[in-house]
Design a protein around this ligand. Sequence first.
Ligand code: DGL
Length: 279
Amino acid sequence: MIGVFDSGHGGLTILRALTQHLPHRSFLYYGDHAHMPYGERSSAEIVDLTRGAMEYMFQRGCKLTVMACNTAAAVALRTLQQTWLASDYPDHRILGVLVPTVEAVTGVSWLADVAPVSPDKPRRTIAIFATRRTVASNAYVEEIGKRAPEIDVVQQACPDLVNLIEAPAPREDVRAAIKGFVAEMMEKLKGRRPEAVMLGCTHYPIVADLFAEALPADWEILSQPQLVARSMGDYLGRHPEIDTLDSVPQLEFLTTGDAVSASGFATTFFGKPATFQTL
Ligand code: DGL
């Protein structure tokens, strides 16, 4: 069984792609609805909450978990991997959403870590929309910059968008908010056309159509769920010991919040009904 974690419903967009890509795996989903949005929390709080969630999933038997939350992955993953995981759970693994995204954007393996110096490469631009905390962490800028220094990463924080999505707020309100964030991004781009737009928050794919509507018509929007699912498939192929294939795969959905409201809204993210239980 593989653990999938998010602050709320956003990780269900990743889980949906994972179940399609890996139909013989069982998954345990953990939504920390009681403490979302993480994008407005301090780094210390995010590290603590995320460690608690990982520990719960490890104790439920998941040797592999996915931080299907950009904010948690950007702020807490490296800290947890280098300290707590190494000392307390050395045979467990946590994968994040940042690694496959950075690899896809740069075309450089995560393990390469530092790019070969080649000053002649033409400049490239990537636009990223994410939560306030992900943007403040600068994780995407740093990790992409290490591997592909020719890429300019232009970031736009979307404060409160996760709240609007989870509420759920009327579509017109979400549309207006996104229009505003896109307008701010266009100002930062100063006429440059990015080769891709990354929705760097797992909540945003369900409003990808509203981003597409607000952005110039032919701009490519990258799908993080597909990138993560493909990368997870590769990882499991290289590490068959970490999880077993199930002929009757199980799906379990847990929330720290209210199970009825979490279940009610899950279909929008997961594509089919998901019945949550409160932890
Ligand atoms: N879904 C999370 C992400 O990918 C953010 C949600 C939050 O702010 O809680 O960043």
